[in-house]
Design a protein around this ligand. Structure first.
Ligand code: GDP
Ligand code: IMO
Ligand code: MG
Length: 419
């Protein structure tokens, strides 16, 4: 059976955790394919709330197989904290979680390097999550990284060499740091990792596909944060797009089935970088407050704005999205007017293709909609939505050419309409 993919179409935090949890009953296996603890995926059910960072969002339901793929970067200390906290709340993962030996390790000094590079950039900083993501992927690509499989053989020497290399860079940058505490926790994390099934996960994934088992690949971040297609250089360091599921799990492109593209009915971004439809007024503030738009990992305020159809259509194209999933429209219940950017005006010209660069001269051109201006949280059937809401959904379907198959009207697993 082909593997399906769930991924974000905007700047992350679209609601991937919730959607993966909702879709999990249909699948035998849930697999993360890129990113690391920069992610924060929220799940709510039975009055409980969990935020997952490196562990796949399928972990709460039955005895599904969960996989952390080779495309992921793993911090053993943060992983230990996350897995232990899940174990405490009754979710023991050691038998159900498989970790790729080819996944790269985030070293304590990668986190320090992340801080050092950000400090060196000054005002041009990316506003990273500070989890060492960029430096770890940099070491992977420059063939200097340490992988999970390395912890099983001659690890001390490999670690010492990598640490010495990082120390030299940090000394050249004249960056003061103390890695002692971080390193202590990290080493405990390394020992903890050995309790898990460390495998060549691409073999397992392909065996599952061959044996007609269903796999859901869980993306992190969003298409606008993709290293190739996002708003570079204000992006993360991995391929967040559908192709990332192929390289991050070892799945051939012709074995990809459904591609679920998730978007918020408005738009948010956390960290620096361009955001053409950003709102600096009371509407933006109201979306932040009602939508609890504060980073689940860093607690930072998320910037809020209108939906951007130029960017959304680009994301749909790059990912080959087959079904759209719309999140958080309930956060817009109070608005009398809703806007969507349908084009950009750049130096007097109207542009509908996503441009090379989103700089200060990009001005959104808006289409206005009458807001539904009522509570939609309790609606569970598409037909029961107010006409204004349906017009908004149908506009998005027409613009993208893709059906909106799932609509989420609240954070809970049950607050979901599947069409
Ligand atoms: P992810 O990183 O894509 O998994 O998304 P996050 O978990 O970082 O952010 C999404 C936030 O919105 C979380 O706090 C969710 O609980 C919440 N959420 C998800 N879907 C909905 C929805 O339809 N309505 C509302 N009001 N909140 C939602
Ligand atoms: P989820 O999976 C939102 C952003 C950071 C920063 C940029 C680079 O929860 O959607 P990094 O630490 O990756 O080097 O930071 O990317 N970023 C996210 N924004 N959601 C995320 O993950 C993010 N992961 C990274 O804020 O702008
Ligand atoms: Mg998140």
């Amino acid at each position: 059976m082909k593997a399906d993919v769930v991924l974000g179409l905007q700047w992350g935090d679209e609601g991937k955790g919730k959607v993966v949890d909702v879709l999990t009953p249909k699948y035998d296996t849930i697999a993360r394919f890129q990113g690391g603890p920069n992610a924060g995926h929220t799940l709510e059910f039975n009055n409980e709330k969990y935020i997952l960072r490196s562990i796949p969002s399928g972990i709460f339901q039955g005895d599904k197989i969960n996989i952390i793929g080779n495309g992921v970067v793993l911090d053993p200390a943060l992983f230990k904290a996350e897995a232990e906290s899940l174990a405490k709340s009754g979710h023991d993962l050691t038998k159900r979680l498989y970790i790729s030996k080819k996944a790269h390790l985030i070293l304590p000094t990668h986190r320090i390097l992340d801080a050092a590079y950000e400090a060196a950039k000054g005002d041009a900083k990316v506003g990273t999550t500070g989890k060492g993501i960029g430096p770890t992927y940099t070491d992977k690509v420059s063939r200097n990284g340490l992988r999970v499989g390395d912890i099983l053989c001659d690890f001390e020497n490999k670690y010492a060499a990598a640490k010495a290399r990082h120390a030299k860079v940090l000394s050249d940058m004249k960056f003061d740091y103390d890695v002692t505490e971080l390193e202590k926790e990290w080493m405990q994390g390394i020992e903890y990792l050995k309790k898990f099934n460390l495998i060549d996960s691409e073999i397992l994934v392909n065996d599952l596909i061959k044996n007609n088992k269903s796999i859901l690949c869980e993306g992190a971040q969003g298409t606008m944060l993709d290293i190739d297609f996002g708003s570079y250089p204000f992006v993360t360091s991995s391929n967040t797009v559908c192709a990332g599921a192929c390289t991050g799990l070892g799945i051939a492109p012709n074995k990809i089935g459904e591609v679920y593209g998730i978007f918020k009915a408005y738009c948010t971004r956390v960290g620096s970088g361009p955001f053409p439809t950003e709102l600096f007024d009371e509407v933006g503030d109201s979306l932040r407050v009602i939508g609890h738009e504060f980073g689940s990992v860093t607690g930072r305020k998320r910037r809020c704005g209108w939906i951007d159809m130029v960017a959304l259509k680009y994301s749909v194209m790059i990912n080959g999205v087959t079904s759209l999933i719309m999140m958080k429209a309930d956060v817009m219940n109070h608005l009398e007017t809703v806007k969507a950017a349908v084009a950009y005006e750049i130096d007097g010209e109207t542009v509908t293709d996503f441009p090379y660069e989103l700089n200060g001269s990009v001005k959104p051109v808006y289409k206005e909609f009458k807001g539904w201006n009522c509570n939609i949280n309790d609606i569970r059937k598409y037909d029961e939505f107010p006409v204004e809401f349906k017009e908004y959904v149908e506009f998005i379907e027409k613009e993208t050419g893709v059906p909106v198959k799932i609509i989420s009207v609240g954070p809970d697993r049950d607050e979901t309409i599947i069409r």
